[in-house]
Design a protein around this ligand. Structure first.
Ligand code: PSU
Ligand code: MN
Length: 306
């Protein structure tokens, strides 16, 4: 008979949290559905190393055999990277996965929810989900936005994926009360691109300033997320003209193939990686690496607050 455990922290993560040491949550959908094999496992390991080098304990999150695991060992990370047909779990899928003993990688919505439940305040990813282009027909808005509107967590990301309707996503985040701070930037990043061209209202320059906003959230009783929008360096971005051309092809291909729902984001990311001969993948990785590092520094500043 299986135990009734639905949430399990690794020893290292549990120890760090109880000592008040810095911890950074990492999602697993980017590993299972966002990156090609075998690169995905290398990246999963590398991201954990980057978080450590920045002074924090990494906590990659996934659901394995019905148990939401906060902090994976090497064998568990390997399962996430290689298991055929691994599910993609949003927040709404967690209870069903737990009850039915299923396994799956967690999206930003599921990861934020689980991290917050475990007491982790800082989370690094690549690009958030958001409002899809053509929303008026499909009503496809990522559950990431809803979860962030009612979860107090700091998400370090390179904006939202550029396959989305970025201005509409920013409008939704405003409506839902999610704070956005550009890290060293007056514009919202464009995921593969340094900038989306859209302005942000707040600009911060240091991990300490991020931690100060988090402390103010606590003092005010704010229950929404803080998005620290950290642009991919200009030198590492995808060529904007190539981006625009291949993205247009990707969107047309998705429509022709009738791809919808959970499958659309992985489809578009993969199409872009192929259509740019891997250049979009390199830009994506550069963004994620920078976010893991900055999240580690913010977690350290948060732990050192007085
Ligand atoms: N960031 C990346 N690659 C990804 C994702 C984020 O660089 O693959 C994943 C995240 O898990 C995010 C998900 O939550 O894509 C969004 O999926 P959807 O649009 O179906 O909500
Ligand atoms: Mn969706």
């Amino acid at each position: 008979m299986p135990t009734n455990t639905v949430l399990s922290l690794s020893k290292e993560v549990a120890g760090a949290l109880s000592a008040g040491d810095p911890v950074v949550a990492l999602e697993s959908t980017i590993i299972s559905h966002g990156l090609p094999q075998p690169r995905n496992l290398e990246v999963a390991v590398e991201l954990e190393e980057i978080v450590r080098a920045a002074g924090a304990v990494p906590a990659t999150i996934a659901v394995l055999d019905g148990v939401a695991r906060i902090g994976l060992d090497e064998a568990e990370l390997t399962r996430v990277a290689t298991e055929p047909g691994l599910r993609k779990l949003g927040q709404r899928d967690l209870a069903a996965a737990a009850a039915l003993r299923a396994s799956g990688a967690t999206t930003v919505s599921a990861t934020s929810f689980l991290a917050a439940r475990a007491g982790i305040r800082v989370f690094a990813t690549g690009g958030l989900g958001g409002v899809h282009r053509g929303w008026t027909d499909s009503q496809d808005e990522s559950a990431d936005l809803d979860t962030l509107s009612r979860t107090k967590i700091t998400v370090v990301c390179a904006g939202v994926k550029s396959i989305l309707d970025v201005p509409a996503t920013l409008q939704r985040l405003e409506t839902r009360g999610v704070t956005i701070a550009g890290f060293g930037s007056d514009t919202f990043p464009g995921f593969y691109l340094h900038s989306s061209g859209e302005p942000v209202d707040w600009r911060i320059e240091s991990p300490d300033e991020a931690a100060a906003i988090m402390l103010a959230q606590d003092r005010l009783g704010t229950e929404t997320a803080l998005i620290v929008a950290n642009p991919v360096p200009q030198a590492a971005q995808l060529d904007p003209a190539l981006h625009d051309r291949v993205l247009a092809e990707a969107l047309a291909a998705a429509e022709r193939a009738g791809v919808t729902g959970q499958a659309i984001t992985p489809f578009l990311l993969e199409f872009l990686a192929e259509g740019t001969k891997g250049a979009s993948l390199e830009a994506n990785l550069a963004a994620v690496r920078g976010n893991a590092r900055l999240a580690g520094l913010i977690a350290a500043a948060w732990s050192a607050r007085d």
